[in-house]
Design a protein around this ligand. Structure first.
Ligand SMILES: Nc1ncnc2c1ncn2[C@@H]1O[C@H](COP(=O)(O)OP(=O)(O)OP(=O)(O)O)[C@@H](O)[C@H]1O
Ligand SMILES: [Mg+2]
Length: 458
């Protein structure tokens, strides 16, 4: 324990505000091929969670890391893991030379695909192999990839267990385990699968938990999976993203569809992600919007995987204006410069509110989150306010057209500062909206048309 305190003091001075520990990626001890990939993504400065987590992961520590939505947690675990695996990169054709060394688990298929795309991007100049496995699609192609050998495996728990149980993948050499959206992965829905997966893994490994939210139960439970972990918190626990404007409109249930369209039209909102609590409601809202001639798509867990991916892809490429979703789309998804999220129905779990609205206002952009609150949802609203420790005052629905809301990339530092000292998101090139994100949806190649800082022992 004493040694762990020393590491924290040496690397993350406990009282230093996040931006004052700002360093360049060059100072983080990453190899040249990783730095080249980061540069090509357009990243100039590491975000606070990257500044804090990367050195600790490189130092071999187990972590429970919390930072607001859209602040670069993916790179905060992928970059140091790649660095740790650099000595294992090899071009051998033998699968035995490519055992799974890093396992990243996510709660949804779409997020697994996205995290794997990030791995591919950051791994671009290294010879490490990676793949992604998730349910709802044929296992055979996944099996062929796994049999060929991969160092980095991104997976959803159910499908990973299918492969592990049928010996399609060996997990006995895993050195690094990451739970992205860790609080979700440790809740009742995933815990049994997770425990079974842990039985396949060596006990001696480095385990990293990342999320924008952690509740006390999860913190307690997580300890049993971690060894002498450090807690890294950027901003206060469970805070919603800073740059998302949050509005509440009190609307009767039967008037919600009109209110939704009114919000979008009056503010000239180019694209909106609309959350409902149930699949039935998502279908109902989506179909009603379509009947009005609005370009709307629907994504929820009862849709075929190919439909889910097509809906998300169409939205990411700007082909549909409204994506109506259940909480399946609440966690982790990075939709470039999405200007607005609407809670058509408030979520039962207050942490879902934080994740839902975190689909906008990412990577330094500004965003708008509008909640349509019916009289019987007042209790849920109060729970959310308690959770985020903030009052969400209700305002009347917009009647006249206020200024348009678009996601405009903003620096978290003043516009006048020199490029060396600008915030991490001041120059962001990365993926553009038109770029397809999911390789699975691509047609064949010839048809193809981005507070306070505390690190403490947990
Ligand atoms: N240092 C950086 N500079 C500029 N952009 C960055 C940097 N790091 C990450 N990004 C971009 O920020 C966006 C959000 O990153 P990411 O999806 O990792 O956020 P997150 O913290 O995991 O959010 P969530 O809690 O919603 O999962 C991505 O588009 C990513 O490419
Ligand atoms: Mg994430």
């Amino acid at each position: 324990m004493e040694a762990s305190k020393e590491i924290v003091r040496a690397i993350v001075p406990e009282t230093t505000p996040a931006l004052e520990v700002a360093s360049s990626f060059d100072e983080l001890g990453l190899a040249a091929p990783i730095l080249a990939a980061v540069k090509e993504m357009g990243y100039v400065i590491p975000t606070p969670i990257q500044q804090q987590a990367i050195p600790l992961v490189l130092a071999g520590r187990d972590l429970m890391a919390q930072a607001q939505t859209g602040t670069g947690k993916t790179a905060a675990f992928v970059l140091p893991l790649l660095q740790k695996m650099v000595p294992h990169a090899n071009a051998s054709a033998s699968p035995a030379r490519h055992p799974v060394r890093a396992l990243v688990l996510t709660p949804t298929r779409e997020l697994a695909i996205q995290v794997h795309e990030s791995v591919v991007g950051y791994n671009k100049h290294l010879a490490l192999r990676s793949t992604v496995v998730f349910g709802g699609v044929d296992m055979k192609a996944q099996l062929a990839d796994l049999r060929g050998g991969v160092e980095i495996l991104v997976a959803t728990p159910g499908r990973l267990l299918d492969h592990a149980n049928s010996r399609g993948v060996l997990l006995s050499q895993v050195q690094f385990l990451v739970l992205d959206e860790a609080d979700r992965m440790l809740d009742m829905g995933f815990l049994p699968d997770l425990k079974r997966i842990l039985d396949f893994l060596p006990t001696k490994r480095q385990t990293l938990l990342f999320s924008a939210t952690f509740d006390d139960n999860i913190v307690g439970l997580a300890r049993s999976f971690l060894q002498n972990p450090l807690k890294v918190e950027v901003a206060k626990r469970n805070t919603s993203a800073d740059n998302v404007e949050q509005l509440v409109h009190k609307v009767k249930e039967e008037n919600k569809l009109d209110a939704l369209v009114q919000v979008v039209n009056s503010r000239d909102i180019a694209q909106v992600l609309v959350f409902t609590r149930t699949k039935v409601c998502a279908d109902k809202v989506g179909h009603r919007l379509q009947k009005r001639g609005i370009k709307a798509a629907i994504i929820h867990g009862d849709k075929a995987q190919v439909e889910r991916l097509a809906a998300l892809e169409g939205f990411k490429q700007g082909k549909v204006q409204y994506l109506v979703a259940t909480d399946i789309a609440a966690r982790g998804l990075d939709i470039v410069e999405l200007p607005c999220v609407v809670n058509y129905e408030l979520p039962y779990a207050p942490e879902d509110y934080v994740h839902r609205i975190g689909r906008t206002g990412r990577a330094g952009a500004s965003g708008l989150a509008v909640s349509l609150c019916a009289p019987d949802e007042e209790r849920l609203l109060a729970g959310i306010e308690r959770f985020i420790k903030r009052d969400l005052k209700a305002t009347p629905l917009p009647e006249t057209a206020p200024p348009p809301v678009r996601a405009i990339a903003t620096s978290i530092m003043p516009a006048t500062v020199s490029s060396e000292t600008k915030g991490p998101f001041s120059q962001r090139f990365g993926r553009t909206r038109a770029e397809p994100v999911c390789a699975l949806l691509l047609p064949p190649a010839n048809q193809v048309e981005p507070t306070p800082t505390v690190a403490t022992p947990a």
